[in-house]
Design a protein around this ligand. Sequence first.
Ligand code: AMP
Ligand code: ZN
Length: 471
Amino acid sequence: MKLYNTMNKRKETFEPVTPGEVKMYVCGPTVYNLIHIGNARPMIVFDTVRRYFEYKGYKVNYVSNFTDVDDKIINRANEEGVDSETISERYIEECKKDMAALNVKEATTHPKATEEIDGMIEMIGKLIDKGFAYVAKDGTVYYRTRKFKDYGKLSHKNLDDLQSGFRALQVTGEEQKEDPLDFVLWKPKKEGEPSWPSPWCDGRPGWHIECSVMSHHYLGDTIDIHAGGEDLVFPHHENEIAQSEAANGVPFAKYWMHNAFLNIDNVKMSKSAGNFFTVRDILDQYDGQVIRYFMLSVHYRSPLNFSKDIVESAKNAYERIVTCAENLNFLLKSASGEMTPEEKQGTEEAESFRAQFEKAMDDDFNTADAISAIFELVKWINSHVDEKSSAAFLQALRKELLELTDVCGLIVERTPDVDADESAYIEAQIARRQEARKNKDFAAADAIRDELLQKGIVLEDTREGVKWHKE
Ligand code: AMP
Ligand code: ZN
């Protein structure tokens, strides 16, 4: 299994730190608003990475944080006249609802920054003791960037280039830094902000220290995979490496994975450009499964363009998989028996699509090609099953289809939104209608169809028999 490591700029064979286990940390959202459609990309991509590892038999410890102390949260709280916890708790709940709609699994742990302050104070203390951090007059603690010899190794940046860039950007109030490259680990509180006591001043942590501490707390010294969107490579992940490796004295993560950005109609999404969409906006128009399918239809390291046409075609493609699963279940209702020798051979042929799927996923999680393999399987199933197929054959194909779609987190067997009684009634009415048609009593047959239609149930006469769905 190979994955692209941003650190070494090449695909590398995956070898876990602990055999059979995967420890991964994915930087999560800052919770001051509903998450936007771009935020959904890392959630879906890395959830799929996790699912594939699990499919392969690994035990995955998946940690993804909520950044619940930040300027944006504080501003929003001030605007609404509430405390920042009210804001962060509200948007953590909303974020969890969006994740559920997108079928993103709950992380093994979803730590919150505000619940890890002790660990942050401890790590900052360690960095000060080792000479990697210093306390300024007002109690701000800075990281001494130049002291960390490997600084820039992830983003492939050179310290002197960075230095000139930073000079140009220098802002007032930072004169107390020893060097423009130094970054904040702890800052003094301001009026109306949440704060915690520390040996340096009452204050709050900088953003980067959170992830170093939470990753270490839940996953230990060296983890397998650290991931997030490509905008996090610099400075966030670079700074995390500097903090963690200086404090712990061992490599922080073996593999660094970054997804490319999602754009809207080929333009960067932004509020000022008027092309900003929350996940909730899109869920008003499309099923979460369609969004998920759309996100995985392009390799995670390629930019992804969101447009109405592309999402519409994702919807049609996803529906084709659903129809195939529905057809299998429909045939299964009246099928029985073991496989014929031809069917046995058929299942072997169908298994070749699983091999194709795995080959694509083993190649840096190429979900675009993996989905093509699912389509090959769907095509094969559609042309190899009918009313004469045995139950065992249909079950074997159904199992393969569900296992592969489940790796992608795609739910292709929709739970009918009718209860068991209603479903039994519909089936009985369909049987009565069939009987009426057999007796050439077409008026009675049509009356039954119309009665069901009034209840929102649409009948469909197909080659294999009568199917129904809700309008
Ligand atoms: P934030 O709340 O801005 O820290 O973002 C949370 C996650 O979403 C990070 O992994 C970001 O890299 C990622 N992200 C933000 N915007 C986009 C986008 N337009 N496309 C893909 N990923 C994004
Ligand atoms: Zn992070």
